[in-house]
Design a protein around this ligand. Structure first.
Ligand code: HSE
Length: 380
């Protein structure tokens, strides 16, 4: 079984170096840029890989949708196993890629697409084999955790810490994907799809941005409620699933409250196994390269994986209820307010328990009145 890696950027080069160091031969690396150190292993022509009968594992680390999608589809149709670190690709084409893998009797593995170096999806898939998962949740974005931790621990300013996260290479090319929640929405959709053997699309995930958090929110939350992290949730209720991404207030005793810097922590709740949490580096050349290499080694070692045909579940965010913290200058009508304190012109509100669906609908109206409003779910 010979290996080909598509893309020699941060993750692809990390995986290549790790595989080489441990004696695994990579026959081809596809990249359009020159890399003298790769010698004849480097090609810019995908057909070299596709037509090479010796290559049975194609690891995609190009990122984005095209040409990654075309290359991966061709590899699966040619009967080659596919491993990918590309959350955008996996989220967008989850159903198609799994169907093609099943039809062609090959594996599609993507552990490194969620949680970087953490073997989260690998273990989630193992759990699903003989357990019933009721909930997945977690801190799945290093950039936003880095920002919140620095704001809480060192009283630093949001914009300044975001710039540092960009300089350190944690943030996406467009950091809006981090701080407005798209990155976590994709990771939540992939995790929920695996956990519940269904297809969750990124547009099924309701998202609160965390870009409006201010020092006054940190002060209020830390004084009265605990701490705050940016988290994704997938929760199963009978034949429906709730999926959402929200700044989340946690008691200081929660394991997530201790997650500092750019670390991730992702958790499953299984009927047999109970709570199982995975902690580690959610990004970076060697952590993510390591997870990609581990998937490749599993496939090379004959450890195959086929997903059952997915079942259809509706997405319904009415079914989960929680209390919310809202900071806004807007007046909130109705019977949802459990507590309200006015501080420096802002209403700091704790709501009664309300459905995820209702608060996300209400937030649109509140943001029209005061676009700087901040919302956070309160996790018990
Ligand atoms: N921008 C992402 C993060 C990279 O900060 O976690 C890993 O997906």
């Amino acid at each position: 079984m010979k290996i080909a890696i598509l893309g020699y950027g941060v993750v692809g080069s990390g995986a290549y170096e790790i595989l080489k160091r441990y004696g695994y031969e990579v026959k081809w690396v596809l990249d359009i840029r020159p890399h003298d150190e790769l010698g004849s292993v480097l090609t810019s022509n995908y057909d070299d890989i596709l037509n090479d009968k010796e290559v049975s594992v194609v690891a995609e680390a190009i990122g984005g949708l095209e040409p990654a999608h075309t290359f991966v589809v061709k590899a699966l149709k040619a009967g080659k196993h596919v491993v990918s670190s590309n959350k955008h690709l996996i989220c967008q084409y989850y159903e198609e890629l799994h169907t093609l893998a099943r039809e062609n009797g090959v594996s599609i593995r993507f552990t490194s697409s969620v949680g970087g170096g953490i073997p989260w999806l690998y273990n989630l898939r193992r759990s699903v084999r003989c357990d019933e998962i009721s909930k997945v949740m977690g801190i799945m974005n290093g950039t936003t955790n880095f920002i919140l931790d620095a704001m809480i621990t060192d009283s630093r300013d949001f914009d300044e810490v975001l710039k540092e996260a960009q300089a350190l290479g944690y943030a996406e090319a467009n950091p809006s994907a981090d701080i407005d929640g798209l990155d976590v929405a994709r990771k939540t959709a992939i995790s929920a799809s695996v956990a519940f053997n269904t297809i969750i699309k990124e547009e099924n995930v309701s998202v609160f941005s965390m870009r409006t958090i201010q020092k006054c929110d940190i002060d209020y939350i830390c004084k009265n409620l605990g701490t705050v992290r940016y988290m994704g949730f997938g929760i199963k209720n009978g034949d429906s699933v709730s999926t959402f991404v929200e700044p989340t207030i946690l008691p200081l005793s929660a394991p997530e409250s201790t997650v500092c810097k750019n670390f991730n922590m992702i958790t499953l709740f299984g009927k047999s196994v109970g709570r199982l949490s995975f902690f580690g580096q959610g990004a970076g050349k060697y952590p993510t390269g390591n997870a990609l290499a581990q998937d490749i080694i599993d496939v090379v070692s004959g450890c195959s994986y086929t997903q059952d045909t997915p079942i259809e579940l509706t997405v319904d965010n009415h079914k989960v209820e929680r209390a919310y913290y809202i900071r806004t200058k807007a007046q909130i009508e109705g019977d949802i307010v459990a507590k309200c304190e006015k501080i420096n012109g802002n209403n700091h509100i704790i709501t009664k328990k309300m459905s995820v669906k209702d608060i996300h609908t209400l937030s649109c109206a509140i943001l029209v009145s005061d676009s700087s409003s901040f919302f956070a779910g309160i996790e018990e």
